[in-house]
Design a binder for this molecule. Structure first.
Ligand SMILES: [Zn+2]
Length: 315
Protein backbone atom coordinates (compact mmCIF):
# COMPACT_ATOMS: atom_id res chain seq x y z
CA UNK A 1 0.00 0.00 0.00
CA UNK A 2 1.11 3.56 -0.75
CA UNK A 3 0.04 5.59 2.32
CA UNK A 4 0.54 8.83 0.35
CA UNK A 5 -2.67 8.22 -1.63
CA UNK A 6 -6.24 8.03 -0.26
CA UNK A 7 -9.55 7.29 -2.00
CA UNK A 8 -12.92 8.20 -0.49
CA UNK A 9 -15.62 5.59 -1.21
CA UNK A 10 -18.93 4.75 0.40
CA UNK A 11 -22.69 4.51 0.38
CA UNK A 12 -23.18 8.14 1.44
CA UNK A 13 -21.68 9.59 -1.76
CA UNK A 14 -23.05 6.73 -3.90
CA UNK A 15 -26.53 8.10 -3.15
CA UNK A 16 -25.75 11.32 -5.00
CA UNK A 17 -27.44 10.60 -8.32
CA UNK A 18 -30.77 11.39 -9.94
CA UNK A 19 -33.59 8.89 -10.60
CA UNK A 20 -35.60 7.90 -13.68
CA UNK A 21 -32.84 7.32 -16.22
CA UNK A 22 -31.12 10.68 -15.60
CA UNK A 23 -27.53 10.57 -17.05
CA UNK A 24 -26.12 11.32 -13.56
CA UNK A 25 -27.64 8.20 -11.97
CA UNK A 26 -26.69 6.71 -8.60
CA UNK A 27 -24.96 3.74 -10.32
CA UNK A 28 -21.81 5.76 -11.21
CA UNK A 29 -20.12 5.05 -7.85
CA UNK A 30 -20.52 1.28 -8.32
CA UNK A 31 -19.22 1.45 -11.90
CA UNK A 32 -16.02 3.04 -10.58
CA UNK A 33 -15.73 0.86 -7.46
CA UNK A 34 -15.92 -2.39 -9.46
CA UNK A 35 -13.10 -1.36 -11.83
CA UNK A 36 -11.06 0.04 -8.91
CA UNK A 37 -11.22 -3.35 -7.16
CA UNK A 38 -10.71 -5.35 -10.37
CA UNK A 39 -7.42 -3.52 -10.88
CA UNK A 40 -6.36 -4.19 -7.28
CA UNK A 41 -6.20 -0.47 -6.52
CA UNK A 42 -8.18 -0.93 -3.29
CA UNK A 43 -5.09 -2.68 -1.87
CA UNK A 44 -2.71 0.08 -2.99
CA UNK A 45 -4.35 3.13 -1.34
CA UNK A 46 -5.80 4.21 2.02
CA UNK A 47 -9.61 4.03 1.96
CA UNK A 48 -11.60 6.78 3.69
CA UNK A 49 -15.35 6.73 4.51
CA UNK A 50 -17.21 9.92 3.59
CA UNK A 51 -18.66 12.10 6.36
CA UNK A 52 -21.30 14.74 5.55
CA UNK A 53 -20.36 18.43 5.49
CA UNK A 54 -22.01 20.54 8.20
CA UNK A 55 -24.44 23.37 7.44
CA UNK A 56 -21.71 25.90 8.36
CA UNK A 57 -19.21 24.25 6.03
CA UNK A 58 -21.70 24.59 3.13
CA UNK A 59 -21.98 28.29 3.97
CA UNK A 60 -18.25 28.73 3.32
CA UNK A 61 -19.26 28.89 -0.36
CA UNK A 62 -23.08 28.94 -0.60
CA UNK A 63 -25.65 31.51 0.48
CA UNK A 64 -27.89 30.58 3.46
CA UNK A 65 -31.03 31.14 1.36
CA UNK A 66 -29.86 28.60 -1.23
CA UNK A 67 -28.78 25.98 1.34
CA UNK A 68 -32.19 26.33 3.06
CA UNK A 69 -33.97 26.01 -0.29
CA UNK A 70 -32.20 22.69 -1.00
CA UNK A 71 -33.05 21.43 2.49
CA UNK A 72 -36.71 22.23 1.94
CA UNK A 73 -36.89 20.59 -1.52
CA UNK A 74 -35.06 17.58 -0.08
CA UNK A 75 -37.93 17.00 2.39
CA UNK A 76 -40.64 17.07 -0.27
CA UNK A 77 -38.57 15.49 -3.06
CA UNK A 78 -40.59 17.35 -5.70
CA UNK A 79 -39.64 19.73 -8.47
CA UNK A 80 -36.30 20.93 -9.75
CA UNK A 81 -33.42 22.69 -8.02
CA UNK A 82 -32.68 24.69 -11.18
CA UNK A 83 -34.59 25.36 -14.39
CA UNK A 84 -34.80 21.69 -15.40
CA UNK A 85 -31.45 19.82 -15.38
CA UNK A 86 -31.17 19.06 -11.68
CA UNK A 87 -34.25 17.40 -10.13
CA UNK A 88 -34.94 17.33 -6.40
CA UNK A 89 -35.33 13.93 -4.72
CA UNK A 90 -35.96 12.94 -1.12
CA UNK A 91 -32.62 13.12 0.67
CA UNK A 92 -30.89 15.23 -1.99
CA UNK A 93 -29.64 17.63 0.73
CA UNK A 94 -27.95 14.81 2.68
CA UNK A 95 -26.48 13.26 -0.50
CA UNK A 96 -25.13 16.60 -1.73
CA UNK A 97 -23.74 17.46 1.71
CA UNK A 98 -22.00 14.05 1.77
CA UNK A 99 -20.25 14.86 -1.51
CA UNK A 100 -18.97 18.13 -0.06
CA UNK A 101 -17.98 16.30 3.13
CA UNK A 102 -16.06 13.68 1.16
CA UNK A 103 -14.05 16.30 -0.72
CA UNK A 104 -13.41 18.25 2.49
CA UNK A 105 -12.35 15.13 4.32
CA UNK A 106 -9.85 14.34 1.57
CA UNK A 107 -8.54 17.94 1.63
CA UNK A 108 -8.20 17.81 5.43
CA UNK A 109 -6.38 14.45 5.25
CA UNK A 110 -3.91 16.06 2.84
CA UNK A 111 -3.47 19.23 4.94
CA UNK A 112 -3.16 17.15 8.12
CA UNK A 113 -0.37 15.07 6.58
CA UNK A 114 -2.33 11.80 6.67
CA UNK A 115 -1.85 11.50 2.89
CA UNK A 116 -0.43 13.62 0.07
CA UNK A 117 -2.88 12.94 -2.71
CA UNK A 118 -6.49 11.78 -2.85
CA UNK A 119 -9.37 10.92 -5.17
CA UNK A 120 -13.12 11.24 -4.60
CA UNK A 121 -15.23 9.67 -7.40
CA UNK A 122 -18.63 11.33 -6.86
CA UNK A 123 -17.46 14.93 -6.48
CA UNK A 124 -16.19 17.87 -8.51
CA UNK A 125 -19.69 19.36 -8.90
CA UNK A 126 -18.33 22.39 -10.73
CA UNK A 127 -21.51 24.00 -12.13
CA UNK A 128 -23.24 24.92 -8.85
CA UNK A 129 -23.06 28.66 -8.13
CA UNK A 130 -23.01 30.27 -4.68
CA UNK A 131 -26.78 30.80 -4.82
CA UNK A 132 -28.13 28.14 -7.17
CA UNK A 133 -27.93 24.60 -8.54
CA UNK A 134 -26.94 24.01 -12.17
CA UNK A 135 -26.08 21.18 -14.55
CA UNK A 136 -26.61 18.19 -12.18
CA UNK A 137 -24.65 19.99 -9.43
CA UNK A 138 -26.38 20.85 -6.13
CA UNK A 139 -23.52 21.98 -3.85
CA UNK A 140 -20.14 22.98 -5.28
CA UNK A 141 -17.66 20.87 -3.29
CA UNK A 142 -14.75 22.42 -5.24
CA UNK A 143 -15.81 25.89 -4.10
CA UNK A 144 -16.24 24.85 -0.45
CA UNK A 145 -12.81 23.18 -0.44
CA UNK A 146 -11.13 26.25 -1.98
CA UNK A 147 -12.75 28.65 0.52
CA UNK A 148 -11.79 26.46 3.49
CA UNK A 149 -8.19 26.01 2.29
CA UNK A 150 -7.93 29.81 2.47
CA UNK A 151 -9.84 30.30 5.75
CA UNK A 152 -8.78 27.29 7.83
CA UNK A 153 -5.31 26.71 6.50
CA UNK A 154 -4.25 30.19 5.43
CA UNK A 155 -3.15 29.12 1.95
CA UNK A 156 -2.48 31.99 -0.45
CA UNK A 157 -2.73 30.25 -3.83
CA UNK A 158 -4.85 27.22 -4.77
CA UNK A 159 -4.94 25.75 -8.29
CA UNK A 160 -8.13 24.43 -9.85
CA UNK A 161 -7.54 22.33 -12.99
CA UNK A 162 -10.53 20.95 -14.92
CA UNK A 163 -10.55 18.55 -17.92
CA UNK A 164 -14.28 17.74 -17.80
CA UNK A 165 -15.91 18.34 -21.22
CA UNK A 166 -17.99 21.14 -19.67
CA UNK A 167 -16.52 24.45 -18.55
CA UNK A 168 -16.23 24.73 -14.74
CA UNK A 169 -18.38 27.87 -14.68
CA UNK A 170 -19.48 27.53 -11.02
CA UNK A 171 -15.85 27.71 -9.90
CA UNK A 172 -14.72 30.19 -12.57
CA UNK A 173 -17.30 32.91 -11.92
CA UNK A 174 -17.19 32.54 -8.13
CA UNK A 175 -13.46 33.30 -8.19
CA UNK A 176 -13.16 35.35 -11.39
CA UNK A 177 -11.87 38.35 -9.42
CA UNK A 178 -9.88 36.36 -6.86
CA UNK A 179 -6.16 36.19 -7.75
CA UNK A 180 -5.60 33.43 -5.17
CA UNK A 181 -7.39 30.87 -7.41
CA UNK A 182 -5.11 29.71 -10.22
CA UNK A 183 -7.63 28.33 -12.72
CA UNK A 184 -7.00 26.18 -15.82
CA UNK A 185 -9.83 24.53 -17.77
CA UNK A 186 -9.69 22.39 -20.94
CA UNK A 187 -13.27 21.94 -22.20
CA UNK A 188 -15.46 21.66 -25.28
CA UNK A 189 -16.03 25.07 -26.86
CA UNK A 190 -19.07 26.76 -25.32
CA UNK A 191 -20.58 27.42 -28.73
CA UNK A 192 -21.33 23.70 -28.97
CA UNK A 193 -21.88 22.56 -25.37
CA UNK A 194 -23.43 23.55 -22.03
CA UNK A 195 -22.81 25.87 -20.18
CA UNK A 196 -21.64 28.01 -23.13
CA UNK A 197 -18.88 29.81 -21.20
CA UNK A 198 -15.09 29.55 -20.93
CA UNK A 199 -13.89 31.47 -23.99
CA UNK A 200 -10.12 31.87 -24.36
CA UNK A 201 -10.36 35.61 -23.59
CA UNK A 202 -11.88 34.95 -20.14
CA UNK A 203 -8.64 35.29 -18.20
CA UNK A 204 -9.83 36.73 -14.85
CA UNK A 205 -10.88 40.26 -13.87
CA UNK A 206 -9.27 43.06 -11.92
CA UNK A 207 -6.46 41.87 -9.68
CA UNK A 208 -7.08 38.32 -10.93
CA UNK A 209 -6.34 39.19 -14.58
CA UNK A 210 -4.02 36.49 -15.94
CA UNK A 211 -4.66 33.95 -13.16
CA UNK A 212 -7.30 32.12 -15.23
CA UNK A 213 -6.65 30.00 -18.32
CA UNK A 214 -9.52 28.74 -20.50
CA UNK A 215 -8.69 26.37 -23.34
CA UNK A 216 -11.82 25.64 -25.41
CA UNK A 217 -11.52 22.65 -27.76
CA UNK A 218 -13.53 22.02 -30.94
CA UNK A 219 -16.05 19.15 -30.99
CA UNK A 220 -14.22 15.92 -31.89
CA UNK A 221 -10.90 17.00 -30.33
CA UNK A 222 -8.84 13.88 -29.53
CA UNK A 223 -5.69 12.96 -27.58
CA UNK A 224 -3.50 14.77 -30.11
CA UNK A 225 -5.41 18.00 -29.45
CA UNK A 226 -5.23 17.36 -25.71
CA UNK A 227 -1.46 16.79 -25.92
CA UNK A 228 -1.09 20.13 -27.70
CA UNK A 229 -3.11 22.03 -25.07
CA UNK A 230 -2.05 20.33 -21.84
CA UNK A 231 1.52 21.75 -21.54
CA UNK A 232 -0.06 25.24 -21.32
CA UNK A 233 -1.88 24.12 -18.16
CA UNK A 234 1.37 22.93 -16.59
CA UNK A 235 3.17 26.16 -17.58
CA UNK A 236 0.33 28.27 -16.16
CA UNK A 237 0.52 26.46 -12.82
CA UNK A 238 4.30 26.54 -12.76
CA UNK A 239 4.21 30.32 -13.20
CA UNK A 240 1.83 30.83 -10.24
CA UNK A 241 3.23 28.19 -7.86
CA UNK A 242 -0.01 27.02 -6.19
CA UNK A 243 0.22 25.51 -2.70
CA UNK A 244 -2.51 22.93 -3.37
CA UNK A 245 -3.84 21.46 -6.65
CA UNK A 246 -7.50 20.54 -7.13
CA UNK A 247 -8.09 18.43 -10.24
CA UNK A 248 -11.60 17.95 -11.65
CA UNK A 249 -11.10 14.93 -13.93
CA UNK A 250 -14.54 14.61 -15.54
CA UNK A 251 -14.73 11.56 -17.79
CA UNK A 252 -17.27 13.10 -20.16
CA UNK A 253 -14.38 14.42 -22.28
CA UNK A 254 -13.74 10.80 -23.41
CA UNK A 255 -14.95 9.45 -26.76
CA UNK A 256 -18.53 8.07 -26.78
CA UNK A 257 -19.89 10.06 -23.89
CA UNK A 258 -23.67 10.30 -24.52
CA UNK A 259 -23.95 14.08 -23.91
CA UNK A 260 -20.69 15.66 -25.18
CA UNK A 261 -18.54 15.61 -28.33
CA UNK A 262 -14.89 15.40 -27.24
CA UNK A 263 -12.87 12.29 -28.10
CA UNK A 264 -10.08 12.05 -25.53
CA UNK A 265 -9.04 8.60 -24.28
CA UNK A 266 -8.56 7.67 -20.59
CA UNK A 267 -4.80 8.06 -21.22
CA UNK A 268 -5.36 11.83 -21.24
CA UNK A 269 -6.77 11.63 -17.70
CA UNK A 270 -3.94 9.37 -16.55
CA UNK A 271 -1.32 11.70 -18.02
CA UNK A 272 -2.89 14.76 -16.43
CA UNK A 273 -2.95 13.09 -12.98
CA UNK A 274 0.66 11.94 -13.36
CA UNK A 275 1.95 15.33 -14.46
CA UNK A 276 0.03 17.20 -11.75
CA UNK A 277 1.51 14.79 -9.18
CA UNK A 278 5.01 15.44 -10.55
CA UNK A 279 4.38 19.19 -10.57
CA UNK A 280 3.08 19.16 -6.98
CA UNK A 281 6.25 17.33 -5.96
CA UNK A 282 8.42 19.87 -7.80
CA UNK A 283 6.59 22.65 -5.96
CA UNK A 284 7.69 20.99 -2.73
CA UNK A 285 4.32 20.06 -1.14
CA UNK A 286 3.00 17.16 -3.25
CA UNK A 287 -0.68 18.06 -2.65
CA UNK A 288 -3.20 16.93 -5.28
CA UNK A 289 -6.91 16.33 -4.71
CA UNK A 290 -8.65 14.73 -7.73
CA UNK A 291 -12.45 14.91 -7.99
CA UNK A 292 -14.39 12.65 -10.37
CA UNK A 293 -16.60 15.25 -12.08
CA UNK A 294 -18.88 14.31 -14.98
CA UNK A 295 -18.84 11.23 -17.21
CA UNK A 296 -22.02 9.52 -18.34
CA UNK A 297 -20.61 6.49 -20.20
CA UNK A 298 -20.01 4.10 -17.28
CA UNK A 299 -17.15 2.18 -18.93
CA UNK A 300 -15.39 5.48 -19.68
CA UNK A 301 -15.66 6.82 -16.16
CA UNK A 302 -14.39 3.53 -14.72
CA UNK A 303 -11.33 3.59 -17.01
CA UNK A 304 -10.61 7.31 -16.68
CA UNK A 305 -10.90 7.49 -12.91
CA UNK A 306 -8.82 4.36 -12.30
CA UNK A 307 -6.18 5.86 -14.63
CA UNK A 308 -6.28 8.98 -12.43
CA UNK A 309 -5.75 6.93 -9.26
CA UNK A 310 -2.84 5.16 -10.97
CA UNK A 311 -1.45 8.58 -11.93
CA UNK A 312 -1.62 9.74 -8.30
CA UNK A 313 0.23 6.55 -7.25
CA UNK A 314 3.46 7.25 -9.16
CA UNK A 315 6.53 7.46 -6.97
ZN1 LIG B 1 -19.20 17.55 -17.57
Amino acid sequence: MNPEVAVVLGERIARYGFPDGHPFGPDRHGAFAREFEARGLDRRVQLLEPKPATYDELLAFHTPAYVDFVRERSRSGYGFLDSGDTPAFRGVYEAAAAVVGASLQAAEAIMGGRCKRAFVPIAGLHHAARDRAAGFCVFNDCGVVIELLFRRHGLERVAYVDIDAHHGDGVFYAFEEDPRVIFADVHEDGRYLYPGTGAADETGRGKAEGTKLNLPMPPGADDTAFAAAWPRVIEHLERHEPQFILFQCGADSIEDDPITHLRFSPQAHGRAARELTQLAKRLGHGRVLALGGGGYNRANLARAWTAVVEGLLIE
